[in-house]
Ligand binder design. Structure first.
Ligand code: 0PR
Length: 369
């Protein structure tokens, strides 16, 4: 049976062959798969029975929280979608509001969360630089102040890897009460460890006083899915996502899920122990260097790269995009379209080597001929 599964798996795109270009998943190192396996059969949502598993979650959340200047509060999750739904749920309970303001760049899981929670999403357009218009945003915040759940900004947008200016919004839109949810599922770890390098990323962490909740994923950078976290400003916010569970020994259950594999905590903990900040920084630097290389090579063959990548996402425009995508897929270069007209996107994960970048550039040169 295992052999059949291996055969079946080989029919889906391969990471080691450099075929996966558009997905935000990664090929995790063996030690993280092993970590998952050791704790796969424990339940994070039965913390009285599985105390050690729970302690791995507490330590991982503390570690992540410290990286984002938080106070140790939050939960591990199954990824960005769960984190975003949880954040908006908590903030809806906190504020009693019904409106969420977010730029058009927000990931579709924000719209999904609003639909599930019956919240009304007010979208803000992007300028020609793909950044949200902060003065419009502030006007909307003032207009809806009494009914507002949260403003959502993204640190590392899905299509361009832009870290949106959370600090600037809060500075310029300061004379009104509101809270911010930061979706840092993709870019959070990357920007936070690259922060002191050559790019000046906006501050989007808990140092900004209106930031109440922050999503961050480990499975978009290094871990096997599922592995993410929702970080919270306070214990009070944690309480809002804690539910009665009468027959459980603790009488309570955290998060929107029920059974949660302890494997997630083991993986998160292993990342903090093995890589730590320095290991993540090294990885992030390497991925960004490869993204800059890909962007330079694409420009050399006359391709219109939309902007110099700040995070390891390269987005570029080609004529006849749909024909090009089809042709690349037939060569096992599985690239993704974006909502930007004519644009394609490569997410540079650790499997996207210089060699893979060259293969893509050579194919494009032929196809664009
Ligand atoms: N927030 C942001 C900014 C994201 O980019 C994503 C996922 C999410 C939240 C949701 O995260 P989860 O999918 O972990 O719940 N962005 C990727 C995307 O839409 C998701 C993805 C991953 C898509 C792998 C395809 C794929 O094969 O591109």
């Amino acid at each position: 049976m295992i052999e059949s599964l291996r055969r079946l798996r080989s029919e889906d795109p391969s990471y080691s062959e450099g075929e996966v270009l558009g997905s935000m998943t990664v090929d995790p190192p063996e030690y993280l798969l092993e970590a998952f396996k050791i704790f796969a059969n424990t339940n994070l949502n039965d913390p009285e029975m599985f105390r050690v598993t729970r302690s791995l979650e507490v330590e991982s959340v503390r570690w992540l929280s410290k990286l984002f200047y938080g106070y140790g509060h939050g939960f591990l999750t199954y990824g960005g979608t769960e984190s975003n739904i949880t954040a908006l749920y908590i903030l809806r309970e906190l504020t009693g509001g019904e409106i969420v303001i977010a730029p058009k760049s927000a990931h579709f899981s924000i719209r999904k969360a609003c639909k599930i929670l019956r919240l009304h999403l007010v979208e803000v357009g992007l300028g020609s630089d793909y950044y949200p218009d902060l003065s419009t945003m502030c006007e909307l915040i003032k207009k809806y102040r009494d009914r507002l759940v949260a403003v959502v900004l993204t640190a590392g947008t899905t299509e361009l890897g832009i870290v949106e200016p959370v600090d600037e919004l809060v500075e310029t839109c300061s004379d009104v009460d509101y809270v911010v949810h930061v979706d840092a599922a993709y870019g959070g770890l990357l920007a936070q460890v690259l922060r002191d390098g050559d790019v000046r990323y906006p501050v989007f962490d808990f140092r900004v006083d209106k930031v109440y909740t922050l999503s961050v994923d480990l499975h978009k950078l290094v871990a096997p899915a599922p592995c993410g976290a929702i970080l919270l400003r306070s214990g009070e916010l944690e309480e809002l996502a804690t539910f009665d569970a009468p027959y459980m020994p603790s009488g309570k259950q955290r998060t929107l899920l029920g059974t949660r594999s302890g494997g997630v905590a083991a993986v998160a903990w292993a990342v903090t122990q093995v890589l730590g900040v320095e290991g993540l920084k090294e990885l992030a630097r390497e991925l960004r260097a490869r993204a800059l290389y890909l962007s330079r090579r694409l420009r050399e063959i006359g391709v219109d790269v939309i902007r110099e990548p700040e995070l390891p996402i390269v987005t570029f425009k080609v004529p006849n995009r749909d024909r090009i995508i089809k042709a690349l897929w037939s060569r096992k270069l599985y690239i993704y379209p974006t909502s930007i007209p004519g644009a394609l996107r490569v997410v540079v994960g650790s499997h996207v080597t210089y060699e893979v970048a060259d293969r893509l550039v050579n194919s494009l040169r032929e196809l664009l001929g």
